[in-house]
Design a protein around this ligand. Structure first.
Ligand code: DX5
Ligand code: ZN
Length: 225
């Protein structure tokens, strides 16, 4: 299993975003997770394609854009042009899930579907073969620094089976990402439940030694069976 760490810029110093991106990549980040909130789909407001384009020159790893916005389609092209690699969205935030996935793919990006803690996995029934990423939220979207919701572990086990089956059918990699409340003391249990990609915001950016924190996350992953 290849594990990937995706620091969420939501907890970074926004006045020094480029430097933060450079520092976290130097510390071993595999992706940069870019949280987009619109004060409509979620009760918080962050950044858009302009800021994504501004950090792109610093991002020598893929940018993993997580759209917490509604509607979705009108923003897809802007993020594609801003240099996103992955673009994930929440199914209930768009009218036509399949169409939005196709739009992301047509723009040259990799589509991901993000599912809230209380949301069923059933949107995956039909569209998982078209995805490159499944993002399970382990907190309610909108804010960094919340606690991991434990029942996500059970959901991850179910999602893992679906992702494995879809990877076999599709013959390509589909990532299973978990987002919210990931720390060094729970990442092993989250990986054991089936996640391969880990978003961590406050865990990484609240400390001042990013290499040490990412190192601790990776160290914890070494114990995973
Ligand atoms: C929450 C965001 C997450 C968040 C994770 O809506 O999608 O990416 O920043 O932050 P932590 O790791 O602090 O829970
Ligand atoms: Zn996120």
């Amino acid at each position: 299993m290849i594990y990937r760490i995706a620091p969420s810029l939501l907890s970074a110093d926004f006045a020094r975003l480029g430097e933060e991106v450079r520092a976290v990549i130097a510390a071993g980040a595999d992706f940069v997770h870019f949280d987009v909130m619109d004060n409509h789909y979620v009760p918080n407001l962050t950044v858009g394609p302009l800021v994504c384009a501004a950090v792109k020159p610093y991002a020598t790893v893929p940018i993993d854009v997580h759209l917490m916005v509604s509607p979705v389609d009108t923003l897809v092209n802007g993020f594609a042009e801003a240099g996103a690699t992955y673009i994930s969205f929440h199914p209930e935030a768009t009218r036509h899930v399949d169409r939005t996935i196709a739009l992301i793919r047509d723009c040259g990006c990799r589509p991901g579907l993000a599912l809230n803690p209380g949301a069923p996995l059933s949107p995956l029934d039909w569209v998982i073969d078209r995805l490159d990423l499944v993002l399970l939220m382990s907190v309610n979207p909108g804010f960094g620094g919340q606690s991991f919701i434990p029942y996500t572990l059970e959901k991850l086990r179910d999602a893992r089976q679906r992702v494995d089956a879809a990877q076999q059918r599709a013959g390509r990699e589909i990532l299973l990402e978990v987002d919210g409340g990931v720390k060094a003391d729970n990442i092993a249990a989250i990986a054991e439940a089936g996640a391969d990609t880990f978003v961590a915001g406050s865990a990484i950016f609240s400390g001042n030694n990013y290499s040490e924190t990412i190192g601790a996350l990776r160290q914890a992953l070494k114990d995973v069976r």
